[in-house]
Design a protein around this ligand. Sequence first.
Ligand code: PFF
Length: 453
Amino acid sequence: MTDLKEKQERDQWGSKLGFILAAAGSAVGLGNLWKFPYTAGQNGGGVFVLVYLALVLIIGFTLMMAELVLGRHTQLSPVGAYRKLRKKWAWVGFIGVLASYLILTFYSVIGGWIIKYIVTAFQGGFNTTDLGALEGVFTAFISSPVEPLIYHGIFMLMTLAIVMGGISGGIEKFSKILMPGLFIMMIVIMVRSITLPGAMAGVEYLLKPDFSKLNLSVVLAALGQVFFSLSLGMGVIITYGSYLGKNESLPESSFFIPAIDTAVALLAGLTILPAVFALGFDPAGGPGLIFITLPGVFAKMPLGSFFAILFFLLVLFAAVTSSISLLESAVSFFVDELKWNRKAATILLGVLAFVIGVPSSLANGVWGHITFINGLNFFDSMSFFAENLLLPLSGLLLCIFIGWFWGTDKAVAEATNNGKIKFGLAPTWSFIIKWVAPIAIGFILMQSVITLF
Ligand code: PFF
């Protein structure tokens, strides 16, 4: 095994833009294009968007910078990063790595569904506006035992191939092409959507807050969405920060990444909800919104098949730039901590993630009756365990670590390159990381734990 342990030069981002696009690529994914529109649709539209924006500004920005600081300061992935600063905290880094790896296993299953929808769109398979029929197509596909596994495998192979290429050669190169492509495609489809007759009701639903719909569950949904969408609490941003050169401005990056992510989420909302309204569908349709309702929307559009192909391709791009970051988190643990060769680690972890994803895929059909946490099937249990428990736990410990153990002064010094960069918000940032963020995140975590009993 000695060849697996050979010492390697640590890779770095080739350019600042490449880094921002790769980090934004991690953030922008199924969370924005699939989850955001339907979560907004279920949580009162405009009021959810408003709360979401406020939380991105307060919590998203703060935690983004905290993770980047930790990664760049130590130049290590999460476990090593914590260990380098405080030996006893190494396990906290491991929670994030575990969370991202578990998410990868079922993220890839959904990624596979997207590939299937591209294939179906190419075959002109969505030529109906009958929601019942479209639901039938979707359910028949996800509940069949073999076909979703093939697509899950294809998605995982794509992820694996890119991560094997390393940082600047693989992830960065890929993101630099895909992210701008994504933007352009989104804008085209959004224009198509909001110019449909009756679409303005959807725009209004999304942008005009109705405060009578504000309640605790809206806030909880929004905060959970901020974490998932910005890839926080997973060690992914720590890892990406660790490949960052010492002269970059961290406050600036911490602003741009959430800004891009939020712009795409809003674009996705403005693409999907106006069309849903224009065509008289239900905005609170839930997770099926893009798989059941949207094909119906495309079928009612002129050039529908073309837009369907374009849309699902775009979702695939976004999903892949996220899944590579999920895999990279575990790979960098093997490379940095266990001194494995990158290729060997990538292949092993990719294949293993595929295998662990198999029961998640089967949980939508033949294994649907087997339940684990809270009566949830394997897929939903994995999602609950990783997103609702591990993720807020890791985020909470990150705040406590920086705010109360390592020290916000050291963090600010790293972020500003020892005072070379002006960062007027430093006191606000420190206050949020010490008080506001841990209380808010602790509250979310408590809610999740309560549901366990
Ligand atoms: N942020 C991604 C999305 O919105 O789809 C999902 C994700 C990627 C979450 C990477 C966590 C992560 F570490």
